[in-house]
Write a protein that binds this ligand. Structure first.
Ligand code: GSH
Length: 207
């Protein structure tokens, strides 16, 4: 038996990393009380001594489990929730391919697209070191091209149905236009976004 989730700490500011977990909970019909922290406060509520005691990296999402475990990192939380379900296939190779895309999301996608979205919506884009926007846009575009190529031959990232690789990548891809990434040149990504949105029990991200 997996200890069940007892509390999910999220950001009050709409965050793809937090939304991934909320979407996965909804897909699996799991209920969990949510606590929203103000990450824009000075200092951010994620950096309070109380929260740092739960997650020393001072970031959300963070999921508390019934056995007292505090689980951090959005993709690790997805992995935990999905273990034993069709959202994380059992075959070692297929599971590794799910991981492959989730590491891609955290290394090549999220640090560029999510960071640029944050700077566009809430941050100080003008105050960033010269070349920041160009660098994030070039790398974010490279990630979108890799996704487009893969999705032009596959309905979902790993199997013929949605896995946590899709949930992970969906979070910041569908809001990439908020960071000035037009999806008009990415028809396969746009079709995939509609497929994910059409999944039973899908919930939208807060705006
Ligand atoms: N790699 C982490 C990134 C988490 C992250 O960057 N969280 C942001 C919100 S999206 C946060 O907590 N920011 C507040 C802070 O850094 O104090 C994950 O996937 O969970």
């Amino acid at each position: 038996m997996k200890p069940s989730p007892t509390r999910l700490f999220i950001s009050a500011t709409p965050s793809g990393n937090c939304y991934k977990v909320q979407l996965q909970l909804a897909l699996q019909r799991l209920r969990c009380p949510v606590a929203a922290l103000d990450i824009l406060a000075d200092p951010p509520q994620t950096r309070s001594p109380e929260f740092l005691a739960l997650n020393p990296s001072g970031r959300v999402p963070l999921m508390k489990l019934a056995d007292g475990t505090n689980l951090a990192e959005s993709n690790a939380i997805l992995f935990y929730l999905a273990a034993g379900t069709t959202y994380l296939p059992r075959s070692p190779l297929t599971a590794a391919q799910v991981m492959q895309w989730m590491f891609f999301e955290q290394y090549s996608h999220e640090p560029n697209i999510a960071v640029l979205r944050y700077l566009y919506r809430w941050g100080d884009l003008e105050g960033q070191p010269e070349g920041t926007e160009d660098r994030l846009r070039t790398r974010g575009t490279a990630a979108l091209k890799i996704m487009e190529q893969h999705l032009s031959e596959n309905a979902f990232f790993v199997t013929d149905r949605l896995t946590i690789a899709d949930v992970s990548l969906f979070a910041y891809t569908h809001v990439a236009p908020e960071a000035g990434f037009s999806l008009s040149g990415y028809p396969a990504i746009r079709d995939w976004i509609e497929r994910v949105k059409g999944t039973a029990r899908f919930i939208p991200m807060a705006t």
